[in-house]
Write a protein that binds this ligand. Structure first.
Ligand SMILES: [Zn+2]
Length: 358
């Protein structure tokens, strides 16, 4: 059994993901090189698997643009309008061209579906593929509603390309061929296609459809889709690991509230034990993020979200602008990490009291 890049867990599928940061390179328009960072998943039943953060192990691939036939992975010549803005239609048209390149290289028959925010390339079952089309816009809508983001605000350039492979072998081959990354142990991943800060910011998600129930695939997509969204929201920079994973896990529960008890179980245990959180908030690229940490991250985000509507978005924006996260929290919420931990414990313990007072 394989899993989402974080916990798609619970009693039966308790699991942890690996977020293997991979770099991916496109040479954009000859003079601009780009990396892509991706977060990938790890097989579910390996409890020893730890997670590496986004941006952890950066691997740059160079020279992809030199490979014949890979032009569709470059920015199109007309990616800028005369007024300097990005030509979104040209970007989307270019992204669509990638599908045939993938089909040729991997000998697959991906088919295109399009939604307002996503391009879906899939060789999976038609019914399942249309479920993804539904889930993708539902997630986008949920993200905007949950974090008071104007749905008209552009998060990524072009569209988010979601690639669904019926075969796991093709998924792995895609990772190797197009993202220069070994995703053998990954359950899924998203890749941020970075050109330069002044160029378009694009993203893609890749998911194998092997042996997964639709419910689980939706959860996996919600997790990766949230990563993709928040990686690029406002400013395409990495977020602290707890925030990235906490948001991704939080949105899986927004999508499917029945996951809440299972996803918060480890955090409740830690809160009850008054276990110190150690370096939890400081985890970043290359650090270990254990299965318990996903649960803590999810419940921290839940706790902050329940405190107040637009505050969470303000906090994320300040962090993205480069403000130290403790200061950003103080500014927005009026307390720092110590204050958050106190509130988080109270929040979890109040909610999980085995015996209610009469
Ligand atoms: Zn993740």
């Amino acid at each position: 059994m394989r899993n989402c890049s974080t916990i798609i867990g619970g009693t039966t599928w308790a699991a942890i993901g690996l977020v293997a940061a991979i770099s991916w390179a496109y040479a954009a328009q000859a003079q601009t090189s780009a990396d892509a960072k991706a977060m990938a998943d790890k097989p579910a039943d390996d409890p020893a698997v730890l997670m590496a953060p986004p941006g952890g192990k950066g691997v740059k691939s160079r020279g992809k643009s030199d490979k014949p036939g890979m032009e569709a992975f470059l920015l199109p010549v007309n990616y800028r309008n005369l007024d300097g803005s990005f030509n979104q239609e040209a970007l989307v048209a270019q992204q669509k061209k990638r599908m045939e390149v993938v089909n040729d290289r991997l000998h697959v028959k991906l088919r295109l579906s399009e939604t307002p925010h996503y391009l879906i390339f899939s060789d999976g079952d038609t019914g399942l593929t249309s479920q993804f089309a539904k889930w993708s816009e539902a997630l986008y809508g949920n993200l905007c509603r949950t974090f008071t983001i104007d749905p008209k605000e552009r998060v990524w350039d072009g569209k988010c390309v979601l690639i669904l492979f019926a075969s796991r072998a093709r998924f792995e081959e895609f990772g190797k061929t197009f993202d220069d990354n070994n995703v053998k142990d990954a359950g899924a991943y998203f890749a941020w296609e970075t050109y330069s800060p002044h160029d378009p910011q694009c993203v893609h998600i890749c998911i194998p459809l092997d042996e997964r129930s639709p419910r689980r695939l939706q959860e996996l997509f919600a997790h990766e889709g949230t990563h993709a969204f928040f990686q690029l929201f406002r400013k395409a920079v990495d977020l602290p690991l707890w925030l990235h994973e906490g948001l991704a896990e939080y949105m899986t529960v927004v999508n499917d509230p029945s996951l809440a008890p299972m996803k918060s179980a480890d955090a409740r245990r830690i809160a009850r034990a008054s276990k110190p959180l150690g370096k939890f908030f400081d985890c970043c690229s290359g650090d270990d993020f254990k299965i318990d940490d996903y649960s803590v991250a999810y419940t921290m985000v839940d706790c902050l979200q329940q405190i107040g509507g637009a505050k969470f978005k303000q906090f994320v924006c300040l962090v993205k602008e480069g403000k130290p996260q403790n200061e950003a929290m103080q500014t927005v919420y009026g307390f720092d990490f110590n204050g958050l931990q106190t509130r988080w414990r109270a929040f979890l313990l109040a909610d999980s009291a085995p015996v209610r007072r009469r």
